[in-house]
Design a protein around this ligand. Sequence first.
Ligand SMILES: NC(=O)C1=CN([C@@H]2O[C@H](COP(=O)(O)OP(=O)(O)OC[C@H]3O[C@@H](n4cnc5c(N)ncnc54)[C@H](OP(=O)(O)O)[C@@H]3O)[C@@H](O)[C@H]2O)C=CC1
Ligand SMILES: CC(C)(CO)C(=O)C(=O)O
Length: 304
Amino acid sequence: MKIAVMGAGAVGSYFGGMLSRAGREVWLVARGAHLEALRNKGLTVESDQESFTIPVRATGNPGEIGPVDLVLFCVKSYDTVEAARQAGPMLGPETVVLSLQNGVENEEVLAGIVGREKVMAGLCYVQADLAAPGLVRQAGPKKDIVFGELSGEITERAQRILTVFREAGIRATLTDDIRKAIWTKFLFISAFSGITAVTRSSIGAIRETPEAWELYRELLQEAFIVGRALGVNLPDNAVEETLDFTRSLNADATSSLMRDLKRGKRLEIDALCGTVVRLGARAGVPTPASRFVYSVLKVSQVEK
Ligand SMILES: NC(=O)C1=CN([C@@H]2O[C@H](COP(=O)(O)OP(=O)(O)OC[C@H]3O[C@@H](n4cnc5c(N)ncnc54)[C@H](OP(=O)(O)O)[C@@H]3O)[C@@H](O)[C@H]2O)C=CC1
Ligand SMILES: CC(C)(CO)C(=O)C(=O)O
């Protein structure tokens, strides 16, 4: 299986690196200093359990790669449209485009550009960081991918991808309800990224601060009610389960949004807390906590 990672930053380089190390033909589409480092020094992945450095195929030009079997789509959501357009030369009649991005609308955006039949939806639980050009740091025990067909069918092509992930040592799950899985992650990540960014804190300090923990609960509750109002099959105890999951995280766990904020980078807020606000307004659901977090974080985006 020939694989391309569109937007090989933290997440894309981590999973692309795992697949490459397993012997798959993997192309990393990257840019800037990271691309230069990948070409000149290869990719280094450091995690709590293991570290490795491998040579990789890296380019900034999808035309150099040609058609592939699988595109792992890993750009930030604000780059989705441009990256999907640039991915054209990698798309053949059988190519699958699988998004691992955070957010609940990426697959529809992708479908509108590359064609619905090519798109699978997915998400990942992994704390990955581009610590330096060519170097990905992964922290914590979770490094999972969940994915599925938009139709919910368990197809042969999805099973082939599942096998490839698992053979590379990636914990992957193929689901027949990817919308539910994406919203379950979204519930968590819209609230978790919001609370960690707005407090500039890792989760340990938030758990120890009842006021911040209560705000986190309100953010979860709002995203849950919005999801339910839109007909997503979230279970009644989704908020409690997410709180339990958050209690189980290492105290130093953070979000990519909080790390981006600290680095002065552009933030994905429109795809996270901003989506809760926007979809809430559409569904007639009040979202005051999400609106507060979104407004505060938006200030940091002036001139970005
Ligand atoms: N990091 C994490 O722990 C997790 C992140 N996620 C989600 O995964 C997605 C990716 O996040 P993450 O990996 O952290 O983001 P990064 O910014 O680290 O990676 C995205 C990369 O794509 C590059 N890129 C964007 N457009 C193009 C293009 N047209 N051609 C070539 N390269 C391009 C970016 O380059 P440049 O830097 O120059 O813009 C960047 O290196 C997001 O939706 C995020 O929310 C999900 C789970 C965990
Ligand atoms: C799962 C988690 C919190 C891992 O860092 C994430 O999705 C993110 O940071 O964007």
